[in-house]
Design a protein around this ligand. Structure first.
Ligand code: NAD
Ligand code: LMR
Length: 325
């Protein structure tokens, strides 16, 4: 059966890196036909059409069709997978409240359009920043969709953590299991080496504690800013790659003996207040994310998780105050 995938912000940088991989079968699998729906703002429709022309020119066997629109109700009609990439970037002089408010104006209506039009099995991944809180806004506007279908992306942070540890230890990334990103997709996130394993050993015991605390954690947490500084634009191909990984794991499951990271609606696990969208160690079974339970959290990790969760609570309170949820 053909799966309908809606991508918002389709004419943007991430969209350009994402669409070709979806159409070539990397999102869902090599046997799954896809119908693409591209949602853009009116001034960017022409650029989206250009990208669609290029998609046509690839003659992808799995690509059954492409719709392009600036109408969220049409874009999400019957959609099975919604990748919410388009967002309002922070510009000079913009306060946090302005940013949250501008994005509330995007993610509220999109959440409602998903509620009213998407397929019953819809799965939503929010990439556009501030991703966790944008996902919360969308979720709260979709009361008829199970809350656990709304997620935000921390897979890029997860992949960054794998890569940093792999180069530090000189081991292939495939030797590293059970990496976790906790909290917000922001500089407060907590990449956790106390549960990660390398060849069956705890990663935190294989590295210097100074490196872990003073280099590894800030390098991963501030990697987004470092990419912006180097490239003059935010990460695009690596963000698209992480979105592919997130949805592929969600739909097709995570391997036995390992887990991944995703920001999902908290059920209160690990003291994270119920309802906020926070990153956890997760497995996917039968197409559903489950939080890995029973991990011991020491004082250091507790402090780091709490700090990021506090930021998420503040963002939630701010959007509540703005009447966005
Ligand atoms: P971009 O500016 O190149 O593209 C964004 C696109 O979104 C633009 O084409 C714009 O026209 C479109 N857009 C804006 N409002 C829209 C709306 N209401 N409906 C549909 N489309 C709309 O940006 P980009 O580099 O592709 O990044 C997109 C977002 O992803 C940014 O918010 C960025 O900060 C975020 N991001 C998140 C992660 C993560 O790990 N979660 C990583 C990298 C980037
Ligand atoms: C990233 O992690 O690369 C992005 O979220 C950075 C940004 O602010 O767009």
């Amino acid at each position: 059966m053909t799966v309908k995938v809606t991508v918002t912000g389709a004419a943007g940088q991430i969209g350009y890196a994402l669409l070709f991989r979806i159409a070539s079968g990397h999102l869902l699998g090599p046997d799954v036909p896809v119908q693409l729906s591209l949602l853009e703002i009116t001034p960017a429709l022409k650029a989206a059409e250009g990208t669609a022309m290029e998609l046509d020119d690839c003659a992808f066997p799995l690509l059954k069709g492409i719709d392009i629109t600036d109408d969220p109700n049409y874009a999400f009609n019957g959609t099975n997978v919604a990748l919410l990439v388009g967002a309002r970037p922070r510009t000079a002089g913009m306060e946090r409240g302005d940013l949250l408010s501008a994005n509330g104006g995007i993610f509220g209506p999109q959440g409602r359009a998903i509620n009213d039009n998407a397929a019953d099995d819809v799965r939503v991944l929010v990439v556009g920043n501030p991703a966790n809180t944008n996902a919360l806004i969308a979720q709260r506007h979709a009361p008829d969709v199970p809350a656990d279908r709304f997620t935000a992306m921390t897979r890029l942070d997860h992949n960054r953590a794998l890569s940093q540890l792999s180069s530090k230890l000189g081991v292939p990334v495939t030797d590293i299991k059970k990496m976790t990103i906790w909290g917000n997709h922001s500089a407060t996130q907590y990449p956790d080496l106390y549960h990660a394993e390398v060849g069956g050993k705890i990663a935190a015991e294989l590295v210097d504690q100074d490196w872990l605390k003073d280099t590894f954690i800030p390098t991963v947490a501030k990697r987004g800013a470092a990419i912006i500084e180097a490239r003059g634009a935010s990460s695009a191909a690596s963000a698209a790659n992480a979105a592919i990984d997130h949805v592929h794991s969600w739909v097709n499951g995570t391997p036995e003996g390992d887990w991944t990271s995703a920001a999902i609606v908290s059920d209160g696990s690990y003291g994270v207040p119920e309802g906020i969208i926070s990153s956890f160690p997760v497995v996917s079974r039968n197409g559903q994310w489950e939080i890995v339970q029973g991990l011991d959290i020491d004082d250091f990790s507790r402090g780091k998780i709490d700090a990021s969760v506090k930021e998420l609570q503040e963002e939630r309170d701010a959007v509540k105050e703005l009447g966005l949820i």
